[in-house]
Design a binder for this molecule. Structure first.
Ligand code: TMP
Length: 211
């Protein structure tokens, strides 16, 4: 019998939305349910991707270069890590994916969706997340959380307008792909958020087992 493909789960949200708090917890929850899970991130997830991440987060560049480098890292990640893992039945939990490019470059940097759509069609025409959690907080909360951290990267140093546009683009994606993208109110207590996530993990597991 052919190996059942794993599920592809992604996490999204503004910097300071609290997303990274939930990554290790989700890995633990999935493992507890006997799911073999691969935890990865973008930009990054491969040797090349991690090198590109350093450049992307620190080196000023044009918007086209930034968008292409995000997709260069993604192309390597999709072909050498994500697809092989899914094919072997592993679940992949990825901290950011192409929705981030629609939100940050398309929305925040005002590139628009057309170029991102074209790159998505070229780089991963046959791959979409099965479920995306968009951790959403009001801008003031995200900025307050960021203000507490010291070494801010190139994106985190952006102004309020940039993050307003990025958040609006995430909401637009969530409206457009409402079956895939769950908006998680991330201003709540961590335990409330985790209760909601645990319920959704159980739904995904049932769907996967019966699929
Ligand atoms: P992280 O801090 O959540 O790991 O993400 C790194 C930064 O990269 C974050 O500020 C968002 C940004 N980013 C984009 O601008 N476009 C993308 O496609 C991705 C994956 C990340």
């Amino acid at each position: 019998m052919a190996q059942k493909k794993g599920m592809f789960l992604t996490l999204e949200g503004l910097d300071g939305a609290g997303k990274s708090t939930h990554v290790p917890w989700l890995v633990q929850e999935l493992s507890r349910r006997a799911i073999n899970v691969l935890n990865t991130r973008e930009p990054g997830g491969t040797q090349l991707g991690e090198q590109l991440r350093q450049i992307l987060l620190n080196q000023p560049m044009t918007l086209k270069a930034e968008t292409l480098l995000m997709f260069a890292a993604r192309a390597e990640h999709v072909e050498t890590v994500i697809k092989p893992a899914l094919a072997q039945g592993q679940w992949v939990l990825c901290d950011r994916f192409t929705d981030a490019t629609f939100a940050y470059q398309g929305g925040g940097r005002q590139l628009g969706g057309e170029a991102v759509n074209a790159l998505e069609d070229w780089v991963h025409p046959d791959l979409q997340p099965d479920c995306t959690w968009f951790f959403d907080v009001p801008l003031s909360v995200a900025r307050e959380r960021l203000a507490r951290s010291r070494d801010l990267d190139r994106f985190e140093k952006e102004g309020a307008d940039f993050f307003e546009r990025t958040r609006a683009a995430y909401h637009e994606r969530a409206r457009q792909f409402s079956a895939r993208i769950r908006v998680v109110d991330s201003a709540r207590a961590i335990t409330d958020i985790q209760t909601e996530l645990a319920e959704q993990v159980d739904v995904l597991l049932t769907r996967w087992r019966s699929g």
